[in-house]
Design a protein around this ligand. Structure first.
Ligand code: IPM
Ligand code: MG
Length: 370
């Protein structure tokens, strides 16, 4: 198979971790006989510095002309003082919108070997297999107006949570489609006791569920969900929710099974190309130190192989290699504790790469990924 991948490393540790994902994809190409080519584009603070905008048109064209996009992370205190249209985060929000990436898949999987890195006891997190489907191009992040206003002579501010019904329908439909192939349960998270948008969300979830009799639908208020994720995370299979709720809950869920640095994501559209990025940020405090965890980015590459290229065996090969390397005791700083071998970003990448190239057969030792 021949594929062209746009790589947007972005800022901070984005560069270090995407390098890992690229090297791992190269190893997959080598082992399974695929040709992946990589084209690089600028996004975020780096693009602001050199091009005067967080998302140059060339980057948009580069992505649209590729089969998939791999992104690192954007942002950092260097750019915090800039006006809002020049904030690195704007680049990320704009590329999501430009590529119509309406659904962001954020899996939280249990890694046996990382059970002791979780803040929760093993019995609570064992075999957690939860997939958050976050609506990504609407809701509170994109509604207009969103501005400072002068109301009756008073300084005030407004943000808007806006959805067309269709936007809600397509993401909820996707959640049901995914649930059908997994644990057959959708938890739709909203704030229907307060927000009108949530009441429409709930109504759409009810309507959609009629077409999927094999999938159980459950509604949960977002505040309760924040508690349930900690109290009983095993109850969740597929979770579907509004953009902002999903942003918050996915960070919360990520710590259950180890570290934010471990978790990948896939952002899907109706037509592609899809975009893949670790869910962590640019971590400016550790950038350039060679200690970032590249696994979130590497597992994002596995999601790319699965969702964009339909290469299930190859995706599993990455996931198995990650699992094996963790089992062998290799740990970056964020997941290390006393009895393990602490390694740098590049050593971790090398271990995973070498494991992929060494492994003859793919042994299924990972739990089920999406
Ligand atoms: C994420 C991040 C982004 C978001 C930021 C960087 C704009 O937190 O991908 O979760 O809020 O979507
Ligand atoms: Mg976030």
């Amino acid at each position: 198979m021949k594929k062209r991948i746009a790589v947007l490393p972005g800022d901070g540790i984005g560069k270090e971790v995407t390098k890992g994902a690229v090297e791992v994809l190269q190893a997959i190409g080598e082992r399974f006989g695929h040709q992946f080519s990589f084209v690089y584009g600028k996004i975020g603070g780096e693009a602001v510095n050199t091009e005067g905008t967080p998302l140059p048109d060339e980057t948009i064209d580069l992505c649209k002309g590729s089969d998939a996009v791999l992104l690192g992370a954007v942002g950092g205190p260097k750019w915090d003082h800039l006006p809002v249209h020049l904030r690195p985060e704007k680049g990320l929000l704009k590329i999501r919108k430009e590529l119509n990436l309406y659904a962001n898949l954020r899996p939280t999987n249990y890694f046996e070997s990382l059970a002791d890195s979780s803040p929760l006891r093993k019995e609570f997190i064992e075999h957690v297999d939860m997939l958050i489907v976050r609506e990504l191009t609407g809701g509170l992040y994109f509604g207009k107006p969103s501005e400072r206003v002068n109301q009756n002579g008073k300084d005030a501010v407004v943000d808007t949570l806006f959805y067309e019904k269709e936007e809600i329908e397509r993401v909820i439909r996707l959640a049901f489609e995914l649930a059908r192939k997994r644990g057959r349960k959708v938890t739709s998270i909203d704030k229907a006791n307060v927000l009108e948008s949530s009441r429409m969300w709930r109504e759409v979830a009810e309507q959609t569920s009629k077409k999927y009799p094999e999938v159980i639908l459950e509604h949960m208020l977002v505040d309760n969900a924040a508690m349930q994720i900690i109290k009983n995370p095993k109850q969740f299979d597929v979770v579907v929710t509004e953009n902002m709720f999903g942003d918050i809950l996915s960070d919360e869920a990520s710590v259950l099974t180890g570290s934010l640095g471990m978790l990948p994501s896939a952002s899907l559209s109706l037509s592609g190309p899809y975009l893949y990025e670790p869910i962590h940020g640019s971590a400016p405090d550790i950038a350039g130190k060679g200690i970032a965890n590249p696994i979130g980015a590497i597992l994002s590459a596995a999601m790319m192989l699965r969702h964009s290229f339909n290469l299930e065996k190859e995706a599993k090969s990455i996931e198995n290699a990650v699992s094996e390397v963790l089992e062998a005791g290799y740990r970056t700083a964020d997941i290390v504790s006393s009895s393990y071998k602490r390694v740098s970003t590049s050593e971790m990448i090398e271990e995973i790469r070498a494991t992929i190239l060494d492994n003859e057969a793919t042994i299924n030792i990972m739990n089920c990924y999406v």
